[in-house]
Every structure is written in structure tokens, then in C-alpha cells.
Design a protein. Structure first.
Length: 116
């Protein structure tokens, strides 16, 4: 009985990781390059700007436009940046606070080629 119970968490862990990757494939959230967040442009300088923008504007812009009040948890680049030296990466006028569902939906549309 004990052996069987100890095997359950390991099986669940494998299932969860496979399920999560299948759900995010094609959304822009799947990462196959295994690069760090810092290497992708989301290091300490990004985190500092992110916290400041979320403090200044704590509500999701998309939800606000629809008359809903939802806390922003993510910061979205309006126009994608191309590398660490791209000025768009940390440009506050290129950033908008969104809740996670709005950000994931926007990123999925972007990955599918339906740019806003």
C-alpha cells in the first residue's frame, strides 16, 4: 500500500507538466528554447519597470474598457521588442497592465497572427 501511494505524486507531476505544455502550445507561452527570463529580456531592469507600472496603473486596461474592474497582474508589450537593446523593451508608452486572462488571450491572438 505504501509503495503505491508514494508513486502517485510522481505520476501526477509528469501528467501536469505534459498537460501544461499541451495547453500552452501555440499561445506564445510555450518555451522550447530553455533560455532564462533574463536572457529573454525580463531581468532586474524589467522587473523594476514592471512593478512601477503596475503600482501606477493597478487595473487591467482591457477589462476597464469593458466596464469591469480587474486587478492587473501582467504587463504587456503593445509592440514586440527585438532583443535586449531594443528601446521598446522598457518604454513605458509601449507597456500596458493586463489581468492574466486578458494577457494570455492577447498573446494567443498574437501567436496566431491576429495582431491588434
Amino acid at each position: 500500500m505504501t509503495r503505491r501511494l508514494s508513486a502517485i505524486p510522481a505520476r501526477l507531476g509528469r501528467l501536469a507538466s505534459r498537460t501544461a505544455s499541451a495547453v500552452t502550445v501555440g499561445t506564445g507561452f510555450a518555451r522550447t528554447d530553455r533560455s532564462s527570463s533574463t536572457a529573454r529580456g525580463y531581468g532586474q531592469d524589467w522587473r523594476r519597470v514592471r512593478e512601477q507600472v503596475l503600482a501606477d496603473e493597478p487595473l487591467c486596461r482591457f477589462c476597464q474598457a469593458k466596464g469591469r474592474v480587474t486587478a492587473a497582474t501582467d504587463l504587456d508589450h503593445i509592440r514586440s521588442f527585438q532583443g535586449l537593446d531594443d528601446p521598446l523593451r522598457l518604454d513605458r508608452s509601449n507597456l500596458r497592465p493586463l489581468c492574466q486572462p486578458c494577457h494570455m488571450a492577447r498573446t494567443a491572438r498574437q501567436a496566431a497572427g491576429a495582431y491588434e
